[in-house]
Design a protein around this ligand. Structure first.
Ligand code: 9D3
Length: 243
């Protein structure tokens, strides 16, 4: 997959060269190009924003630099790509959205600042606007990196263990169970005995119960939407009886 990112802060994308996504780039599974929006401005001050039509506070990112950047990316790559505009007004990023983006050969992210981008950019490019949640960021760059990271996990070969993507907590609709590794005592806290028992059926049952316990306490909204087996419902009854 090829990913192009357009921003007035192209250096902000440096973290993508690290970690799991960085490894995917090194292995040739992903190709990432960061572009400076100012390179596509038309005046000697390299202006990329202007006052809002209709008045009001702040500045709006001009349309033409983004449109010229997308045209240059298309000319250089030989494909238009699916254009994504990270935006607080977008549809929510979910595992299904990330999975659908992972099926594309080419993604182009246009990152805004200030009050946002001229509405004719997403209209002209038939872009998808995507939000990463109900909180306010200062710009689209961090959101673009979150979307790239969540998408890259669904690209075959990026996450070493495919079972870890398929068995992912959100894929199952529940929060994950608690994890432990050596040593057996940390800060006076023991590892739950069942995990040292070697009884794999009991371990699987304990993990499912703890996943249900956490989801019930922390994310009852997820639990309401999850499709639960009769065994899950019995575990939930046990949890209800515990307190
Ligand atoms: C200060 C301007 N705000 C007026 C009420 C609106 C606003 C515009 C641009 C708020 C934030 C931003 C910058 N945010 C993003 O570009 C963004 C974002 C976000 O802020 N939250 C969640 N997902 C995303 S995706 C892109």
């Amino acid at each position: 997959m090829r990913i192009d990112l357009v921003s007035i802060f192209p250096d902000a994308f440096a973290p993508l060269r690290q970690s799991v996504v960085g490894k995917a780039i090194e292995h040739g599974l992903l190709e990432i190009h960061a572009h400076d929006l100012r390179d596509y401005a038309s005046d000697r001050h390299r202006t990329t924003d202007d006052e809002p039509y209709g008045g009001g506070p702040g500045m709006v990112m001009k349309a033409e630099p983004f449109l010229r950047a997308v045209a240059a990316i298309e000319a250089a790559s030989g494909s238009r790509g699916r254009v994504i505009v990270p935006s607080p007004q977008g549809r929510a990023l979910t595992p299904a959205v990330a999975r659908s983006l992972a099926a594309e050969a080419h993604l182009v992210f246009l990152c805004g600042h200030y009050e946002g981008i001229d509405e004719r950019v997403p209209l002209a490019l038939r872009a998808d606007e995507v939000s990463i949640g109900d909180y306010v960021l200062t710009g689209g760059e961090l959101a673009a990196m979150v979307i790239v990271d969540a998408t890259a996990r669904f690209t075959p070969g990026v996450v070493g263990d495919a079972a870890s993507v398929a068995g992912d907590s959100f894929a199952a609709g529940l929060l994950d169970y608690p994890h432990y590794t050596r040593p057996p005592v940390v800060a006076g806290l023991d590892v739950p005995a069942v995990l040292l028992s070697g009884n794999h059926a009991e371990i699987a049952r304990w993990r499912r119960k703890e996943a249900l316990r956490r989801t019930l306490r922390r994310r009852p909204d997820l639990l309401a939407a999850a499709d639960l087996s009769p065994a899950d419902r019995r575990l939930l009854e046990e949890l209800a009886a515990e307190d």
